[in-house]
Design a protein around this ligand. Structure first.
Ligand code: ATP
Length: 355
C-alpha cells in the first residue's frame, strides 16, 4: 500500500516547478528581524533540512510555509502557486510538531483517521488511506492501542501517519525527534528517511542538531541570524563549508588564519580542515608533495570510545583538533600522547579556503 501511495504522489509533481519556492521572504517581530529576505527552492520529493542555532529563524520559516505566520514581505509559492496570503487550510501542506499532539482518548487508528473524518471523506476511502498511512510507518498492528500504550518512537510515527494520511504535497516537521532519547532518536532518523523515500513526499525538516541534518537530508540550508549561510548536500556543507559560521556550526571549527595560515599553508586567508582528515605522525616524519603539515604539542586528549580527539597547540600559533579512530589503541594508550610534541599532516585537497 505504501508503494500505491508513492505512485500516486509521484504523479502529482509538475516538472521543473519546485514544491516550495521562497522569494525575498522576510519576517519581523517588532524590532526583531527573524527572517531576513531569504530565497530558497525546495524540489519535489526532496528531504530538505533547515539547520541552525536557536533563534536563527528556522521555525519562523516553517510557520510561514504552513501559513501560521504571515510574511512581513516576500513571497511563498507551493507548486508554482502564490500562497503568501492564504490561510493554512488552503495550503497543500501538513505539519508534524515535536509534541505530537495526539488525542489521548482515541486509539491509534482514530487518531490517524481524524483529518479524513473532518474532511468528510467516505468510509471506504478512509479505511484504505488509514491502512496505507499506518503501513507506511510500520504500525499496522497497533491501530487498536491508545497513545499511552505506545513508546515515544511509536507515538512519533502515529503523528507522522496522521499527517501522511492527508497526502500533502509537502510535509513540514518541526524538531519532531526532539523529545526522544538519543538511541531512539538515531533509530527514528533512519526510519524517517526510509519513510520519506517510500512515500516520495517533500519533507522540510527543522533541527538544530547537525548530526541529524547530516544523516537524513538530501540538502541542508544552514541558518544564522535569519539568513541562509549555505545550502548544499550534507557532504558539501560538511566538507566544503562556505563561511566560518558553517565551518563551526556543522562539525568542529578547525581553522587556520593570519600568520599561522601564511606559515603553514604558504598564503594568507582562512582555511578549514576537518579533524578526521588530519593524521598524527612523529615530529621527524617526512610528508608527501601533496600534503601540508604543522608541528605542535598535544594539549588535550579526549577518548570518545570509537575515536580519540587530540587538541594540538601549533608552534605557528593556532590550535587544531585531529580525530583518530581507535583501531588498536585503548584509552590508556591514547593518554600517553598528552604534552608530547607531534606532527599533524593532511592532504592539500582537504583544506578549504573560506575567507
Ligand atoms: P529554535 O531552534 O530555538 O526554535 P529558531 O531558529 O526556530 O529557534 P525562531 O523560532 O524562528 O528561531 O525565532 C527567530 C527569532 O524570532 C528569535 O529571535 C525569536 O525570539 C523571534 N520570534 C519568534 N517568534 C516570535 C514571536 N511570535 N514574537 C516575537 N518574536 C518572535
Amino acid at each position: 500500500m505504501t508503494s500505491a501511495l508513492a505512485t500516486e504522489l509521484a504523479g502529482s509533481g509538475v516538472a521543473g516547478v519546485p514544491a516550495v519556492r521562497l522569494r525575498a521572504l522576510r519576517k519581523e517581530f517588532g524590532d526583531v528581524v527573524a527572517v531576513a529576505d531569504i530565497d530558497l527552492d525546495i524540489f519535489d520529493g526532496e528531504f530538505l533540512t533547515l539547520l541552525g542555532p536557536s533563534g536563527s529563524g528556522k521555525t519562523t520559516v516553517l510557520r510561514m510555509i504552513a501559513g501560521f505566520e504571515l510574511p512581513t514581505s516576500g513571497r511563498i509559492e507551493l507548486a508554482g502557486a502564490d500562497v503568501s496570503q492564504r490561510p493554512p487550510f488552503q495550503r497543500d501542506v501538513n505539519t508534524v510538531f515535536q509534541d505530537y499532539a495526539l488525542f489521548p482518548h482515541f486509539d491509534v487508528r482514530t487518531n490517524v483517521e481524524y483529518g479524513l473524518r473532518v474532511k468528510k471523506v467516505a468510509k471506504s476511502e478512509r479505511k484504505e488511506r488509514t491502512d496505507a498511512a499506518l503501513a507506511s510507518v510500520r504500525l499496522e498492528e497497533y491501530g487498536g492501542r491508545r497513545p499511552s500504550q505506545l513508546s515515544g518512537g511509536q507515538r512519533q510515527r502515529v503523528a507522522l501517519a496522521r499527517a501522511l494520511v492527508n497526502r500533502p504535497r509537502v510535509l513540514l516537521l518541526d524538531e519532531p525527534l526532539g523529545a526522544l532519547d538519543l538511541k531512539l532518536r538515531e533509530q527514528m532518523q533512519v526510519e524517517l528517511k526510509a519513510i520519506q523515500r517510500d512515500v516520495g513526499i517533500t519533507f522540510v525538516f527543522v533541527t538544530h542538531d547537525q548530526d541529524e541534518a547530516l544523516t537524513m537530508s538530501d540538502r541542508i540550508a544552514v541558518f544564522n541570524n535569519g539568513r541562509i549561510e549555505q545550502i548544499g548536500s550534507p557532504a558539501d556543507v560538511y566538507e566544503r563549508p562556505a563561511t566560518e559560521f558553517v565551518a563551526g556550526f556543522v562539525g568542529t571549527s578547525n581553522l587556520l588564519r593570519g600568520e599561522s595560515a601564511q606559515s603553514i599553508i604558504g598564503r594568507p586567508g582562512v582555511f578549514s580542515i576537518r579533524p578526521e582528515k588530519i593524521r598524527l605522525v612523529a615530529e621527524s616524519d617526512g610528508i608527501d608533495a601533496d600534503e601540508h603539515s604543522a608541528v605542535g604539542v598535544v594539549r588535550e586528549v579526549v577518548y570518545v570510545g570509537d575515536a580519540t580527539r587530540f587538541v594540538v597547540g601549533l608552534d605557528a600559533g593556532a590550535e587544531l583538533v585531529a580525530l583518530r579512530q581507535n583501531l588498536e589503541t585503548s584509552s590508556m594508550q591514547v593518554n600517553e600522547y598528552r604534552d608530547r610534541r607531534i606532527k599533524l599532516v593532511w592532504r592539500r585537497e582537504h583544506e578549504f579556503q573560506i575567507g
